[in-house]
Write a protein that binds this ligand. Structure first.
Ligand SMILES: [Zn+2]
Length: 256
């Protein structure tokens, strides 16, 4: 059985030296497909080109909250236009980050709302990044209830909050953080998320799962995330993957 990695930054410069090789090993590593989310206009443009070249790579276009400070309506127009490209399956990653506060919070909220408008207009799902900004993220997504679906990427919040996002029509995506020694809360939460609501991801090249921490993260390590979740949930790994794969296909409307 092959596995889907729902969030993998294969466009990252850390893959500039060996991107083709890494992707050529997808068969050997039993990777079905990956979705590569953007962080700014430049990476959105790069992703649009990458997905043309590699059949197993799909993409998203959008502006990460770290990068919104100098974003203009002209840039948003570019994102809108890029979203029409072949194999662009979502708007992302977008959201709020009050941990790093790289951009002013008011500007983060403004650009977040404007990108949700783009997703709504284009009828595309969204990939959400949120850090130390759970309530504001929830409040803004609630304004679009019924009009937008998506995924809470690398979710590490409470189960109670996860249920609220699920009620808005969102999937909860678990990353390699679930393997980290100190991540007891994430394991407790992940245990309770129903298979119907679950996605898995690497967030490669970041967040390398145990026991490989310190190495560059790659999509093949999504198997370690699946392995850990199947143990926690006490279900067969094939059953888990069958569900998370079909959830990803359903969310991103991929029918290959
Ligand atoms: Zn990411």
């Amino acid at each position: 059985m092959k596995i889907v990695d729902s969030h993998s930054h294969i466009d990252d410069e850390k893959f500039d030296i060996d991107r083709e090789e890494v992707i050529s090993l997808f068969d050997e590593n039993k990777i079905d497909f990956i979705v590569d989310p953007a962080s700014d206009v430049k990476s959105s443009e790069k992703i649009v080109e990458i997905v043309k070249k590699f059949s197993r790579v799909y993409g998203a276009v959008g502006i990460h909250p770290h990068e919104v400070e100098d974003i203009t309506d002209d840039d948003l127009k570019k994102i809108y236009n890029l979203s029409f490209s072949n194999k662009i399956v979502a708007i992302g990653e977008i959201g709020l980050d009050y941990y790093y506060d790289n951009s002013p919070r008011e500007k983060q909220k403004e650009i977040f709302r404007k990108q949700l408008e783009i997703a709504k207009k284009r009828n595309l799902p969204v990939i959400i990044h949120t850090r130390e900004a759970m309530q504001d993220t929830f409040d803004i997504l609630s304004e679009f209830k019924g009009d937008i679906t998506g995924v809470m990427h690398c979710y590490t919040g409470s189960f109670e909050m996860a249920e609220k996002f699920i009620n808005l029509g969102f999937y909860i995506s678990i990353s390699g953080v679930v393997t980290f020694k100190n991540a007891t809360n994430v394991r407790e939460m992940a245990k309770k998320i129903k298979l119907d609501n679950l996605l898995i991801e690497t967030d490669s090249p970041y967040l390398t799962p145990e026991p490989n921490r310190g190495k560059r993260n790659e999509s093949k390590f999504v198997w370690l995330v699946a392995q850990k979740l199947s143990e926690l949930k006490n279900i067969e790994i094939n059953n888990l993957i069958y569900n998370t794969n079909s959830n990803a296909r359903n969310l991103f409307k991929i029918n290959n």
